[in-house]
Design a protein around this ligand. Structure first.
Ligand SMILES: Cc1ncc(COP(=O)(O)O)c(C=O)c1O
Length: 471
C-alpha cells in the first residue's frame, strides 16, 4: 500500500488552491445575498428528495468548487436579509475564518497542553463577558457546545451544590425538584430529565404575559414542600424562546437568595443584552444569579456552536462533574483552571473561543452592541407597524428581536389556526422569505426572529404584502 493518496490529500499547495477558491466563492455568495432581489432565501426540497440527491451525488465525479456551490445552492441562506426564522445568527464572515483556524489546528482542550493558546483565549473571552455581568473576584466560567449543554452543565453544578446530598457519589434523589418557567426552552426540561428527575420534579411556574408570575413564587414553593419536594434550582428566561420575553430577573433572584435556591438564568438568546447600554435593563439583577448561559452563536455574531456558562462563584464550576479522571489531574489530584475537561461534558473540545476573541480584538464591544440594538429596535418598529394594519395582530409586545403575529380576519380560532399554519407552509415552499411558526396560548402565530442586521422595516413590510397575497 502506498501513501500517495495521503500525500496528495495533505499537500499544502493543494490546500492553498482549494482554500482560495472557497473564500472567493463565499465572498461572491455574501454579495449575492445582500444584492440580488431574485435570490431565494430557502430553496425548498422535500427531505427525502434532498437525501436522495446527496446520495446520488456522493460518488459522482465533480470538482471541489462545484461541490461547495452545490452545498450553498441547497442551504438555508442565513446571510440573506429575508432570513428571519430561527435564532441562529448569520455569523460574521471573518469569524468563520477563525473557525477554520480552530478546525484546522484541532487543538483539543481537555488539558492545557492539548491547546495552550485556545485555553488562554477561552479564559480571556470569559473574563471579558464576566465584566458585563457585574460579578467580581471569584467568578469564572467556560465555553461549551451550545446552550442545551450549557444549561445542563450549570444545573449539574446546582444539584451538586445542594447541601443535603452528594448526588455524584450516591445517586439521584427523587425528592429533588427544579422550578422552571412554563415557557422555558425544551432543553431545560430535557436537562432535568437527563439528570434522572422525572415529571414530578419539574415545577412549571405559571406565567403572566409570558413572564413567570413572581407573586406566586412563595405559594409554589410551599406547595412543592407539601408534596415532599426539595427545590434546588430555579431557572429564569432571558429571554423565552417562543415570544422573546424576559422574566423579572431581579424578583426571581431575590426569591432564590431568600430561600437559598440556586438561580440559573437561561440567557442563551437574550443574555447578550448585558452588553447593550440601551437594553441591559432587561436583565436587571443578573449579578444576583448563581449561573448564566449565553449563546455567542445567537446574539453575538459567532458561528455555532459557542456558549458561555458563567458562574458567580467560580469554584462551583468544578462541581458539575465531581469525577476524577486520573490522567487529567496533577499529582496532588487537583484540577487546574487550565485543564478544561474538569468542567465540561466534552473531553476533546474545539477552540470555540478563538472566533469570539477575534471579534473582541478587532471590532470591540461596539460590534455586539450595535448588532443587538439594531435587531431589537427593528422588532419594536415592526410590532408597531403590525398594530397599525388591518387583519394582523401581535401575540405580545416584543422585548427582544422576536415578534409573533398572525393574520386575524375574524374567523373562529380553529380556522385562524389553520389559516396561519397554511400561510407559513406556503411561505416555506415559496422560498422568498424564511420565517417560522409557534404556538402562543394555544394559538398558531407566525414568528420572526430578526437575526440579520441588514433586514430592514421595508423588508418586513414586503413580508406582510407577501403574506396577504399568498394567503
Ligand atoms: C432560551 C433558550 N435556551 C436554550 C436554547 C438551546 O440553545 P442551543 O441551540 O445553543 O443548544 C435555546 C435555543 O433556541 C433557547 O432559545
Amino acid at each position: 500500500m502506498t501513501k500517495d493518496l495521503l500525500k496528495k490529500a495533505y499537500d499544502a499547495e493543494h490546500f492553498r488552491e482549494e482554500g482560495h477558491k472557497l473564500v472567493d466563492l463565499i465572498a461572491d455568495y455574501l454579495s449575492k445575498c445582500n444584492n440580488n432581489p431574485d435570490f431565494k432565501v430557502m430553496p425548498w426540497m422535500e427531505p427525502m428528495d434532498q437525501y436522495q440527491d446527496w446520495k446520488d451525488y456522493m460518488h459522482k465525479d465533480d470538482d471541489i468548487l462545484s461541490f461547495y456551490k452545490k452545498f450553498l445552492d441547497h442551504a438555508n441562506h442565513l446571510h440573506h436579509p429575508k432570513y428571519i426564522g430561527h435564532q441562529v445568527v448569520p455569523p460574521l464572515p471573518v469569524a468563520a475564518l477563525s473557525d477554520l483556524m480552530a478546525t484546522f489546528s484541532n487543538n483539543g482542550m481537555a488539558i492545557y497542553e492539548m491547546g495552550p493558546a485556545s485555553t488562554a483565549i477561552e479564559r480571556n473571552v470569559i473574563e471579558w463577558l464576566l465584566d458585563f455581568v457585574g460579578w467580581n473576584g471569584n467568578s469564572n466560567g467556560l465555553i461549551t457546545s451550545g446552550g442545551s449543554l450549557g444549561n445542563l452543565t450549570a444545573l449539574l453544578a446546582a444539584r451538586q451544590n445542594f447541601p443535603e446530598y452528594d448526588i455524584w457519589e450516591n445517586g439521584v434523589k427523587s425528592e429533588l425538584a427544579v422550578m422552571v418557567s412554563a415557557e422555558s426552552h425544551y432543553s431545560v426540561e430535557r436537562s432535568i430529565r437527563i439528570m434522572g428527575l422525572g415529571s414530578e420534579s419539574i415545577i412549571k411556574l405559571p406565567v403572566i404575559d409570558h413572564r413567570i408570575d413572581s407573586n406566586l413564587l412563595e405559594d409554589e414553593l410551599v406547595k412543592a414542600k407539601e408534596n415532599g419536594k426539595k427545590v434546588f434550582a430555579l431557572i429564569g428566561n432571558a429571554c423565552s424562546t417562543s415570544t422573546g420575553t424576559y422574566d423579572d430577573i431581579d424578583a426571581l433572584a431575590d426569591f432564590c437568595n431568600k430561600h437559598k435556591i440556586w438561580f440559573h438564568i437561561d440567557g442563551a438568546h437574550g443574555g447578550a443584552a448585558i452588553i447593550s447600554e440601551k437594553y441591559k435593563h432587561l436583565i436587571n439583577g443578573v449579578q444576583k444569579a448563581d449561573s448564566v448561559v449565553i449563546d455567542f452563536h445567537k446574539m453575538m455574531l459567532t458561528p455555532a456552536l459557542t456558549t458561555a456558562v458563567l458562574f458567580k462563584d467560580g469554584n462551583k464550576s468544578y462541581e458539575s462533574f465531581s469525577q476524577k479522571a486520573a490522567y487529567l489531574l496533577d499529582k496532588k489530584g487537583e484540577i487546574k483552571w487550565y485543564d478544561g475537561a474538569g468542567r465540561t461534558v466534552e473531553c476533546t473540545k474545539k477552540a470555540m473561543g478563538l472566533k469570539v476573541y477575534q471579534m473582541i480584538k478587532f471590532y470591540g464591544r461596539e460590534l455586539f452592541e450595535s448588532y443587538l440594538d439594531t435587531t431589537y429596535d427593528l422588532a419594536k418598529e415592526f410590532a408597531k407597524y403590525i398594530e397599525e394594519i388591518d387583519d394582523f395582530e401581535l401575540a405580545t409586545q416584543p422585548d427582544a428581536n422576536i415578534v409573533c403575529f398572525r393574520v386575524n380576519n375574524g374567523q373562529n380560532e380553529d380556522e385562524l389556526n389553520a389559516m396561519n399554519a397554511s400561510i407559513r407552509a406556503k411561505l416555506l415552499k415559496d422560498g422568498e422569505f424564511y420565517i417560522v411558526q409557534t404556538n402562543v396560548d394555544d394559538k398558531v402565530y407566525l414568528r420572526i426572529t430578526i437575526m440579520n442586521p441588514f433586514t430592514t422595516l421595508d423588508t418586513l413590510k414586503e413580508l406582510v404584502e407577501k403574506i396577504k397575497t399568498i394567503n
